[in-house]
Design a protein around this ligand. Structure first.
Ligand SMILES: [Zn+2]
Length: 150
């Protein structure tokens, strides 16, 4: 299951709408071991395509270095589909390299409502998961003695 704050969901949808008809993509980083998306990082779709997305390789390298330095991991990796449903394409599945990430798909094909769905993609196998949208991470553990939420 993906638990995510409403303002982050809104940020993803807003980014997807802004880049429509091109696909939008980005990452939400979170502290290692927490599975808690916290830091919204919109990325550039280097392919500037309405059917494909690709992180710029230098941007991505920079982002991974930054996350490393902050003890963060890519908790959510999101992108949008602009004319089709919010389900990973064959290419998306082939390129998915983070078995611990939540792959979020947003579809902007309907201008009124946005589809927002989340998947695990491990070894080419796609599993949809529930999304729980919360106002805040109320029970977030912060002490060093706490165990990560699961
Ligand atoms: Zn896709």
């Amino acid at each position: 299951m993906l638990q995510i704050r409403r303002d982050l969901v809104d940020s993803i949808v807003a980014h997807a709408r802004k880049d429509h008809p091109d696909e939008a993509c980005g990452v939400i980083a979170g502290p290692e071991g927490t599975d808690r998306p916290e830091r919204f990082i919109p990325m550039l779709n280097a392919a500037r395509s309405s059917t494909f997305y690709e992180f710029d390789s230098l941007d991505l390298l920079k982002l991974y270095r930054e996350m490393d330095a902050r003890d963060e991991v890519p908790v959510v990796i999101y992108h949008s589909h602009t004319a089709t449903e919010a389900y990973p394409s064959r290419t998306d599945i082939k390129l998915a390299q983070e078995p611990d990430a939540h792959y979020v798909l947003v579809s902007t094909r309907n201008p009124e409502t946005a589809e927002f769905r989340s998947y695990r993609i491990v070894d080419g196998v796609v599993t949809e998961e529930d999304v729980e949208i919360v106002e805040s991470y109320m029970f977030a553990n912060t002490g060093s003695d706490d165990k990560p939420d699961s």
